[in-house]
Design a protein around this ligand. Structure first.
Ligand code: ASP
Length: 583
């Protein structure tokens, strides 16, 4: 071994021992007769000391020549420090060097290897191996590891089998865009990388593996938004002979287990909320429940009083921001600008201030008497000091804008504490979504999702009204995972494809393997998948998933470190039949 201890483990009880450490030079301090070196490895930092007249002269000279990030090996005696550093676990000792060796010199790194680095995003990604030396990235990867271990323990204890499914599969038009891979041996034909192992896990259920999971890479060629990666990791799960309740119980159990083991947080039972309620009361299907501000609809109270904006609106709806009555004119204007930005497109914002002295002041005093405004306040259960904000317009658009305003306000009011966790299940999603451009239905979750038991009859008469037996787990306004009870009957699956606009032939071509399998004794089954990268971010209270991925892509889907994607040469293209050899 090139070391006998790590840079994080020496304590006062090791004083008197001779040890060998290896690591990177964090910094040196040269006071002429004395030189200190902070030596760093994955486990921490240990201070090394050399002294003129005591240390070997050659070692002292060598120590003075060291630069940041040089890799060295140092042998020495553990001694008690005179000036202790309570900020680091090794701060009570230092190592009096008896031997020093440079194992590899380092160029000056392009950014500082500190918790708060001076390196910008792109630079850090280009030199990701240096970035990984920094504590925040390292500890993010440690957390990821810890979670994956605890996931496997929990799943194993419940008899789940971790089974790998293929990465080279078949392209299908449903869902997001596929990444495709040309096949050299089958000219002109392509594999696709899986967007998820969905059909394979269902086939495993037909194969009698009644409990499957996999921590697995998935690939989606989507336009990248801030928090998306073209390749990402899912915890993919499926169970046979179960109903929705069994899935919710099992995986609520998983999440509770992880919170307990990794964060030492006990989560209470997760509430269930229907999709319809989530939309009505929070304007989105992944409500952040760390704070209240539930939507209150005002149509009955406000219409017919001569205020044209409300009279013309399909929906008048508001929220009560508790203790925000002190918002200034300027702050209210900023909120108005927020809801008016093109993405939200509200025409304006109406406020009602419930002053501390119990008087009411609104931006529509001209149209509503104090008695009428008092009724609003009552509808919102408002107290002195509260601020009511109201939007009006088309129902869907207004709910969406109010949902954004709700989150924005909560952020401003400091109500989105990353250390507080509010999980819930959102259930009973719609089965289908109508796409106006393509004039056809799309599956809201995916085409294998079973309709809600009470809505099967709608599959013939009015499929657009059917609810799905689908569920999402949401924590703090983020969708952590989702899944569904599956169709396991060939006829229903075929019917589903026809609703989605597939001809019988297309359905058979693309998903015949699954529908055929359903004819050989497919058990009832259900499952879900969690976004693992996102789970890591949530556990850390972070917004971005990037730091939890060792080698992530940038916002244009590029790996700037290895410079990929990249062009391939003519010969390779010919071999893959992607171009014809003209010679
Ligand atoms: N395969 C689904 C997804 O990737 C999850 C599931 O239904 O299990 O969203």
């Amino acid at each position: 071994m090139l070391r006998t201890k790590t840079c994080g483990e020496l304590r006062i009880e090791h004083v008197g021992q001779t040890v060998t450490l290896s690591g990177w030079v964090q910094r040196t301090r040269d006071k002429g007769a004395m030189v200190w070196i902070d030596l760093r490895d994955r486990y921490g930092i240990t201070q090394l000391i050399l002294e003129e007249g005591v240390s070997d002269a050659a070692h002292l000279t060598l120590a003075k020549s060291l630069g940041r990030e040089d890799v060295i090996q140092a042998e020495g005696l553990v001694i008690e420090r005179s000036a202790k550093n309570a900020n680091i676990p090794t701060g009570e000792i230092e190592l009096k060097i008896t031997s020093l060796k440079v194992m590899n010199k380092a160029k000056t790194p392009p950014f500082t290897i500190e918790d708060d680095t001076d390196g910008g995003d792109e630079l850090r990604m280009k030199y990701r191996y240096l970035d990984i030396r920094r504590n925040p990235v390292r500890s993010a990867l440690e957390l990821r590891h810890r979670l994956s271990i605890e996931i496997r323990k929990y799943m194993d204890a419940l008899n789940f089998l971790e089974i790998e499914t293929p990465y080279l599969i078949k392209s299908t038009p449903e869902g997001a865009r596929d990444f495709v891979v040309p096949s050299r041996m089958n000219p002109g034909e392509f594999y696709a990388l899986p967007q998820s192992p969905q059909t394979f896990k269902q086939l495993l259920m037909v194969g009698g593996i009644d409990r499957y999971y996999q921590i697995v890479k998935c690939f989606r060629d989507e336009d990248l938004r801030a928090d998306r990666q073209p390749e990402f990791t899912q915890i993919d799960c499926e169970m046979a002979f179960v109903e929705r309740k069994d899935i919710l119980d099992t995986f609520e159990g998983l999440i509770k287990h992880l919170f307990k083991k990794v964060l030492n947080v006990e989560l209470p039972e997760f509430p269930h909320m229907t999709y319809a309620d989530a939309m009505q009361y929070y304007g989105c299907d992944k409500p952040d429940l760390r704070f209240d501000m539930k939507f209150v609809e005002l149509n009955n109270l406000v219409k017919g009083k001569g205020f044209p904006v409300f009279d013309a609106a399909e929906l008048v709806v508001g929220i009560n921001a508790q203790q925000a009555a002190s918002y200034t004119r300027k702050q209210l204007d900023a909120l108005t600008d927020f809801v008016k930005k093109p993405q939200l497109g509200a025409t304006g914002l109406v406020y009602l201030r419930y002053n501390e002295d119990s008087t009411l002041k609104s931006s529509v005093d001209k149209f509503y008497s104090p008695e009428e405004l008092q009724k609003w306040a009552t509808a919102f259960n408002a107290k002195p000091g509260d601020l009511i904000l109201v939007l009006a317009g088309g129902a869907d658009k207004t709910r969406k804008a109010l949902s954004e305003l709700r989150l924005h306000l909560a952020e401003e009011l400091g109500l989105r504490d990353p250390k507080v966790f509010k999980p819930l299940w959102v259930i009973d999603f719609p089965l289908l979504e109508y796409n106006e451009d393509e004039k056809r239905f799309f599956a809201m979750h995916h085409p294998f999702t079973s309709p809600h038991a009470d809505d099967v009859h709608l599959m013939n008469s009015d499929p657009g009204k059917a609810r799905a037996n689908a569920y999402d787990m949401v924590i703090n306004g983020v969708e952590l995972g989702g899944g569904s009870v599956r169709i396991h009957n060939r006829e229903l699956q075929k019917h589903m494809f026809s609703i989605l606009g597939f001809s019988d032939e297309e359905a058979q071509n693309q998903f015949g393997f699954l529908m055929n399998a359903f004819e050989y004794g497919a058990p009832p089954h259900a499952g879900l998948a969690f976004g693992f990268d996102r789970m890591c971010a949530i556990f850390s209270g972070k917004d971005s998933i990037r730091d939890f991925i060792a080698f992530p892509k940038n916002n244009s889907g590029r790996d700037v470190m290895i410079d990929s994607p990249s062009f391939i040469d003519q010969k390779q293209l010919e071999e893959l039949s992607l171009i014809v050899n003209k010679k």
